[in-house]
Ligand binder design. Structure first.
Ligand SMILES: Nc1ncnc2c1ncn2[C@@H]1O[C@H](COP(=O)(O)OP(=O)(O)O)[C@@H](O)[C@H]1O
Ligand code: SF4
Ligand SMILES: [Mg+2]
Length: 337
């Protein structure tokens, strides 16, 4: 089941990524961590869809799997490129360039994601070269152009990553993603490793670049206030599954899933000086290799009833714009912001 608005640039259908859990000397597989377990989503051209959920809910795995940085356990992904539907999961090695030219990722950690032995010119130029887009002088021209668009200077091109601050490194990571002029960008917590004082600069840069290049963003974050600032629609993820999907304002004002309500309760209300509280009150994120019965959120849910322990709630349409997986979605009056 999917909810979408406008023409879908990206269509994800029943995507699964299970990691084997291995034990002992012979490394026998004794189970699976179901990091992404049947996720379906549509992302319209030009929109920003936020994926929000606590650490360990499968957000990064979802982003990496849909771009085939991980091979999926199951499911389909379709990307529209120049009026053609590209079946991402069926692309062979030599066809992967088509995906890499049109869909890129911005990584969470600007320290770990840049090769320390490559200059800025080499780092940002590499995707042009390896995807057969440009080389030599033409490549350097494209790099010069994008490096200025992300707020760096051409003098920076010969330098190595160690001489830059965290914020500047993330600008290099953004330039590397955008240099191929992709249609889709998966931004995986692009500011969470950065100093709070420079987070807004990077978020605003991403917004400006989106307008300039008509980018579509899948924006991953554990922080509801960041998603709130960046996104048109929000998909809430818990234990490898989507639990609620809807337009941003609907989700913020009137959440329909108790987990969404809990995430919202951590957002500072009036003053930005108010520190965020713990994200979700009771209990821990479940062990994804050993999930609770019924609704996987039931051990932490203050609205749980007997039925919740026995019966798995399916993600279902509450109205034309909202999906939710809670047995009690209609009757509960949940608190928004
Ligand atoms: N490469 C991997 N091998 C095994 N387990 C993994 C791997 N990557 C992630 N996981 C597990 O998958 C689950 C989801 O992780 P992740 O996608 O990183 O979540 P999030 O980005 O929401 O914090 C976690 O339990 C994590 O330990
Ligand atoms: S199905 Fe039950 S346990 Fe799950 S979120 Fe709804 S009320 Fe809570
Ligand atoms: Mg992550």
């Amino acid at each position: 089941m999917t909810a979408q608005s406008g023409q879908a640039l990206l269509e994800i259908t029943d995507l699964k990524k299970y990691f084997p859990v291995q034990k002992g000397f012979l490394k026998r597989t004794v189970g699976y961590v179901k990091a992404v377990d049947g996720v379906s989503l549509s992302v319209a051209a030009g929109e920003t869809l936020g994926i929000v959920g606590e650490s360990g809910s499968g957000k990064t795995t979802l982003g990496r799997t849909l771009l085939r940085l991980y091979e999926p356990t199951g499911g389909d992904v379709t990307l529209q490129v120049d009026g053609q539907a590209v079946p991402v999961m069926d692309l062979s090695g030599s066809e992967m360039r088509l995906l890499r030219r049109n869909a890129q990722m911005i990584f969470q950690d600007p320290y770990a994601s840049l090769n320390p032995r490559m200059t800025v010119l080499e780092t940002v130029g590499e995707p042009l070269f390896v995807n057969g887009i440009a080389s030599g002088k033409e490549m350097e021209e494209r790099v010069r152009e994008v490096i200025q668009q992300v707020g760096l200077r051409v003098e920076h091109l010969r330098r190595y990553p160690h001489s830059f601050s965290g914020g500047q490194r993330q600008r290099i990571g953004i330039a590397r993603a955008l240099v191929v002029r992709p249609k889709l960008v998966v931004a995986d917590e692009p500011v969470s490793a950065l100093d709070v004082s420079i987070q807004a600069q990077i978020l605003n840069l991403l917004k400006d670049l989106q307008a300039q290049y008509q980018l579509t963003y899948l924006f991953i974050s554990h922080a509801m206030n960041v998603v709130r600032y960046m996104c048109d629609r929000i998909a809430v993820m818990y234990a490898g599954k989507l639990v609620e999907v809807g337009a941003k304002n609907d989700i913020l004002k009137a959440p329909k899933h108790p987990y969404t309500e809990a995430l919202l309760s951590s957002v500072p209300r009036t003053s930005s000086r108010v520190r965020s509280k713990r994200v979700v009150s009771a209990g821990e994120v479940p062990d994804l290799a050993n999930l609770p019965s019924g609704c996987v959120f039931h051990p932490r849910c203050k609205y749980a009833v007997e039925r919740c322990k026995a019966e798995v709630p399916r993600l279902r349409a509450l109205d034309s714009a909202r999906l939710v997986s809670c047995h009690r979605a209609e009757e509960l009056e949940l608190q928004g912001i």
